[in-house]
Design a protein around this ligand. Structure first.
Ligand SMILES: *Cc1c(COP(=O)(O)O)cnc(C)c1O
Length: 356
């Protein structure tokens, strides 16, 4: 159990009203959770303090070699006024998996959950109520040793910030156009692709800019070795429905193990829909599109939950899916997962956790 101290802000901010626009990740709540680490001492001084800047040495290791991890999950307000988290145990498990990969000291699962619960409880009034809105929770850890040599840091800051976010697609589900990248790669097996760490994102920026310039909203990555097998989208895992079977790339070491991905796979099993986790090549997708069996394509991630893909571009080929619209499975996964998140429908696997 953490003994969390609390310093409340003496200048609370204006909480956005139901009609104020909420764009992703721009507004932050009044408080944040912070905890420090020092080699030999462990994690110490867990505290809730007013949201505000850190003071760090310019030589702090995170600025130079990127030793940092992050997570992303959401808190929702149910119709009966409860505050619900969605599968936080999965995020915490993944956070510590990332920590092990990049030599950051682990945080005991129960302390991590307690920290999330405490900060969400503190700023509970910031959770928006409108359909599709939620409170985005961003835990992260940064390396803070003032040192320019290369080694794991001996000191760290763990922080959790909160941001009220609007519906990802204000008019409901909206199909995206995706650029299949065949020039750059994001990750290779044995690298850090399966860790949630900033390095993977900086590796993706060049392609993202290129795709945006071409009118595509996201990039779909192929494997870093043969550039042949599908990996995932920028910040989403990817699913295909081909001839009645739901298929997603298997977790091979370079793909992020998404919580939403896992939830979709479980729902397929619950519903008796054939589902496969396996290698899937771009040629297979191209063939399926050509012979009319590529029924649906969608991305999965905490931010948008389900993103139907209306168009894929690979080299000079443009593949339209569902005529550029939303497929019935994409819609059903979206309705079911958001229904569970909001406590509106049965939660047979106990995915939601109430913040009390
Ligand atoms: C966070 C993330 C995802 C989605 O994971 P969820 O747990 O479903 O939000 C997918 N790919 C990458 C690269 C990510 O960072």
């Amino acid at each position: 159990m953490l003994d969390i101290s609390v310093v409340k802000t003496d200048s609370p901010k204006q909480i956005p009203g139901p009609d104020d626009p909420l764009t992703f990740g721009t507004i932050f709540t009044d408080h944040m959770f912070v905890m420090n680490y020092e080699e030999g001492k462990g994690w110490y001084d867990p505290r809730i303090v007013p949201y505000g800047p850190f003071s760090l040495e310019p030589s702090a290791m995170v600025f130079h070699y990127g030793q940092e991890m992050f997570e992303g999950l959401k808190a929702y307000k149910s119709d009966d006024g409860r505050t619900l988290l969605f599968r936080p145990d999965k995020n915490i498990w993944r956070a510590n998996k990332t920590n092990r990969r990049i030599c950051i000291p682990e945080i005991p699962d129960e302390d991590f959950l307690q920290a999330i619960q405490a900060i969400v409880k503190m700023d509970e009034a910031w959770i928006p109520h409108k359909p599709g809105t939620s409170l985005y929770i961003r835990p992260f850890i940064i390396a803070t040793d003032p040192f320019l040599g290369v080694r794991p840091s001996d000191t760290y800051i763990f922080c959790i910030i909160l941001s009220p976010v609007g519906a990802y697609y204000p008019e409901g589900l909206n199909p995206v156009k995706i650029w299949i990248e065949d020039e750059y790669v994001r990750a290779v097996r044995g690298g850090i692709g399966e860790a949630k760490t900033g390095g993977n994102y900086v590796a993706s920026l060049r392609s993202q800019v290129k795709a945006h310039e071409e009118g595509y909203s996201q990039v779909l990555w192929l494997d870093g070795v043969e550039r042949k097998y599908i990996e995932e989208v920028g910040a989403m895992n990817i699913f295909f429905k081909i001839n009645g079977t739901v298929i997603t790339p298997m977790l091979n070491g370079s793909i992020l193990p998404g919580v939403t991905r896992d939830s979709v796979i479980q729902l397929c099993k619950d519903w008796g829909v054939p589902v496969e986790e396996r290698r899937i090549s771009i040629d297979e997708i191209f063939e399926a599109h050509k012979n009319g069996t590529l029924e649906e394509v969608f991305g999965t991630g905490t931010a948008a939950v389900i993103s139907p893909v209306g168009q894929l571009r690979w080299e000079d080929h443009i593949m339209k899916v569902q005529d550029g619209g939303i497929g019935p499975y994409s819609q059903k996964f979206y309705d079911t997962i958001t229904g569970i998140q909001l406590g509106r429908i049965a939660d047979p696997h106990g995915w939601t956790v109430e913040v009390k």
